[in-house]
Design a binder for this molecule. Structure first.
Ligand code: NAD
Ligand code: TYD
Length: 369
């Protein structure tokens, strides 16, 4: 392991990227971190507020497709480790408008790879470098009920514009290793949840809608299965890959935690019921919530039109990361959901600020029964 690193974290103002920056800062104080983020609707500088101005931390607003900017940062900041989170990440948005997914996820990743090739493998090479690409289990497509979980050798079969764009980026990363010798690793992770998650994704959306007494939209029959992982455990997985992963390899990261959407939403509803019972002051803070009137949060569950091409089941087999890297998810789904619910209760200004009018209008178009 390197004694100290100079990291460039793309997409570090987004959900997982920001959690990763905080995680890394807690555990690797000597390392310098530069965040490069375009601050799209999903990027939020407030996620990094506690680090602003601290030694060894730098925020740069910029686009990953800006190859000159990336090359300049790599050279001037003497970056040796690039951790690539920046992406368009929401499947529903990719169905409504794929263009931005192609631009950022495919062209953006290619641009980063070219900048790294130029700086790290160019006239003054930096042999000790790493390009870590953060990807998703969605590249493997959809599983049937009895199919084995996705392993690293499962064939790619992406079904949405989002997963197709991520699959393309994975292939480019692989090609830059095989063709040019760029030192890359890739991790494919299951669904994350936790603090600072934009409330367009299932778990934070359900939490804020329970608090505001709004419908809890369940797509289709609600029996689709996702494999959930607390975001800090994903960060742990990436840390293990950076420290112990073999160059050119891919590693699946998951939580061994498959749940049907409807069950997951019911669990969140029970947590809300219990939390409101334990703290009577919440009724005054969130008067719109059924829990404030002693009613069950489940009363808000509303089945809505299914997502087109909705993948039925994802499941990750992460035995390779466990065996080779010592990765082990540390937070149970129940504890992670409770921690997440508590975070949203304690950070109301955060989620109110990101849920502005234009976002709500867009969301409303999704709820046609
Ligand atoms: P997010 O949408 O919350 O954040 C994405 C970040 O990237 C934002 O800060 C945004 O401003 C930034 N960004 C977008 N386009 C950019 C561009 N062109 N240039 C620079 N910055 C740009 O996403 P997330 O959920 O944190 O996901 C991060 C990564 O992890 C993505 O690559 C995603 O595919 C992958 N992933 C996510 C999950 C999940 O459950 N959320 C699971 C597995 C893998
Ligand atoms: P999401 O959080 O968008 O992640 P992904 O599509 O990348 O897995 O959705 C998780 C699951 O929840 C997915 O099966 C779609 C479903 N879902 C709903 O039922 N209702 C919703 O409002 C949302 C956003 C998702």
């Amino acid at each position: 392991m390197n004694s100290s690193r100079n990291l460039l974290v793309t997409g570090g103002a987004g959900f997982i990227g920001a959690n990763f920056v905080h995680y890394w800062r807690r555990r690797h104080e000597a390392d310098a971190i530069t965040v490069l983020d375009a601050l799209t609707y999903a990027g939020n500088r407030a996620n990094l507020a506690s680090l602003e101005g601290s030694a060894g931390f730098r925020f740069v607003k910029g686009d990953i497709t800006d190859r000159d900017l990336v090359a300049k940062l790599l050279a001037e900041q003497q970056i040796d480790t690039l951790v690539h989170f920046a992406a368009e990440s929401h499947v529903d948005r990719s169905i409504l408008g794929p263009d931005e997914f192609i631009r950022t996820n495919i062209l953006g990743t290619h641009s980063l790879l070219e900048a790294c090739r130029k700086v790290w493998l160019g006239a003054t090479p930096r042999p000790n470098h790493r390009f870590h690409h953060v990807s998703t289990d969605e590249v493997y497509g959809s599983l049937g009920t009895d199919d084995p979980a996705f392993s690293e050798s499962t064939a790619y079969a992406p079904n949405s514009p989002y997963s197709a764009s991520k699959a393309a980026s994975d292939h480019l990363v692989r090609a830059y290793h095989h063709t040019y010798g760029l030192k890359v690793t890739t991790s494919n992770c299951s669904n994350n949840y936790g603090p600072m998650h934009f409330p367009e994704k299932l778990i934070p959306l359900i939490i804020v809608n329970i608090l505001e007494g709004k419908p809890l939209p369940i797509y289709g029959d609600g029996r689709n299965i996702r494999d959930w992982l607390f975001v800090d455990d994903h960060c742990q997985g990436i840390e293990r890959v950076l420290e112990r992963g073999r160059i050119g390899e891919t590693y699946n990261i998951g939580g061994w935690s498959e749940v049907e959407n409807i069950d997951l939403v019911r669990r969140l509803c029970r947590i809300a019921d219990d939390v409101f019972k334990a703290d009577v002051s919440l009724a005054a803070r969130f008067p719109g919530s059924p829990c404030a009137r002693g009613l069950q949060a489940e009363s808000l569950i509303t089945f809505v039109r299914d997502r087109p091409g909705h993948d039925r089941r994802y499941a990750i087999d992460c035995r390779k990361a466990e065996t080779e890297l010592g990765f082990a998810p540390s937070i149970t789904l129940e504890d992670g959901l409770k921690q997440t619910f508590t975070w949203y209760l304690g950070n109301e200004p955060w989620w109110r600020a990101v849920m502005d009018g234009s976002y709500r209008n867009w969301l409303a178009t999704q709820y046609t029964a």
